[in-house]
Design a protein. Structure first.
Ligand SMILES: Cc1ncc(C[n+]2csc(CCOP(=O)(O)OP(=O)(O)O)c2C)c(N)n1
Length: 367
């Protein structure tokens, strides 16, 4: 369905969510129509955050908000859905638009398979009625379902190709260094340390760089799903292996998604953990919509959370000199690397499975 017609049929004037590649048409359209005008469109830190924000919008206006998310984000909304929006609590209406990755029978990456199978059963369990939107749905069919959904929590589950928009806003920032280039230099500095990389293209770049260098993958953990949790995984490893250096390669969207992790890392303060945030100020892996990182001083956040050292680099020269200090570091260190948007068009995906990745990493950690 054409996105402009779709949004008109929804009749909503407040949208919040976390971007999804399968909802690119909606995300790009909202950016063209509203940008990030907070009266109409907020790109939230995580999906639960969006649900609560939507609740506040309803309390203030009596109108029904729209929350958009990839089905991976369902986990993040379960709590506010069950204990805030639910008809057994405050009964707050909200329309969820959910990108259905890993739909059974449709080829997708390993991290989407179980979530894809669990999507409709989860909505059933949460007592959220849903309508599956694909390219065959007519305006009349959609309107009829929206009428049924009025005044309650409900979901439109969007199949691949269900929404269409032929424009893409120009997403960019002013930083010259590409994320892949930055990762290449970081891997060199990290040597045989362990690398825990974040969800999205950063992990795909780590994988391909290792392939290209013939280095093997035994020291890497590619967090293919679980956005926002790579720094906590890294903390869990660093605390148990105090003799080994652990580098977390985080994204700005991921770091903001579960920012509380930084407070926990700062208070545990493992001396062998280097927390790098590759900050392109965007959810680049799913299209490039901005994160709030453009207005956040991440090294200051790290210092405030108790990291004893925090640096920032926004050029290759800066990165090289920062890495010179960081690689000899014997204390918890935070490094922000400001990167450009974009990735290679021919960037591949890991050819090993998550369980192979786990097995080789665990074997290397045992050495
Ligand atoms: C809970 C959850 N919500 C949304 C997504 C979809 N998603 C995958 S990667 C990504 C963007 C990550 O942004 P960032 O951490 O800034 O890294 P970048 O892509 O910019 O390198 C998003 C939103 C997801 N995987 N999980």
């Amino acid at each position: 369905m054409d996105i402009q017609r779709f949004v008109t049929l929804l009749g909503a004037d407040f949208f919040t969510g976390v971007p999804d590649s399968q909802l690119k048409a909606l995300c790009n359209y909202l950016m063209d129509r509203y940008g990030t005008d907070p009266a109409h469109h907020i790109i939230a830190a995580n999906e639960g955050n969006a649900a609560a924000l939507a609740a506040g919008y309803h309390l203030a206006t009596g109108k029904t908000p729209v929350v958009y998310l990839q089905n991976s984000g369902l986990g993040n909304i379960v709590n506010p859905l069950a204990s805030l929006l639910s008809d057994k609590v405050y009964a707050i209406p909200c329309l969820f638009i959910i990108g259905w990755r890993g739909e059974p029978g449709v080829h997708d990456e390993p991290q989407h398979i179980f979530q894809g199978e669990a999507t409709l059963p989860l909505l059933d369990t949460l007592k959220v009625p849903y309508f599956i939107l694909d390219s065959s749905v007519s305006e009349e069919q959609l309107l009829a379902r929206l009428e049924e959904f009025r005044g309650r929590q409900a979901a439109l589950v969007v199949r691949k190709g269900g929404l269409k928009y032929d424009k893409t806003p120009a997403y960019a920032n002013s930083f010259p260094m590409s994320r892949e280039e930055a990762i290449g230099h970081i891997l060199t500095a990290a040597g045989d340390s362990f690398v825990i990389s974040t969800t999205g293209k950063a992990s795909r770049e780590v994988f391909e760089l290792r392939e290209g260098r013939g280095e093997g993958h035994g020291h890497d953990f590619l967090t293919v799903g679980s956005m926002g949790h790579s720094s906590s995984i890294a903390l869990g490893i660093a605390l148990q292996k105090p003799g080994r250096q652990v580098w977390c390669l985080d994204g700005d969207g991921a770091a903001l998604m579960h920012l509380g992790a930084m407070a926990v890392i700062g208070s545990a303060r493992p001396q062998n953990l280097i927390h790098v945030v590759l900050n392109n100020q965007a959810h680049e892996s799913v299209g490039g919509l901005p994160t709030a990182a453009g207005t956040v001083d991440l090294p200051a956040v790290a210092r405030a959370c108790g990291y004893p050292a925090a640096l920032s680099a926004d050029s290759l020269e800066d990165l090289e000199s920062a890495l010179e200090c960081v690689k000899h570091s014997d204390r918890l260190t935070f490094l922000e690397v400001k990167c450009a948007l974009g990735a290679r068009g021919d960037l591949g995906r890991p050819t090993t499975t998550p369980q192979e990745n786990k097995a080789t990493l665990m074997a290397a950690l045992e050495e």
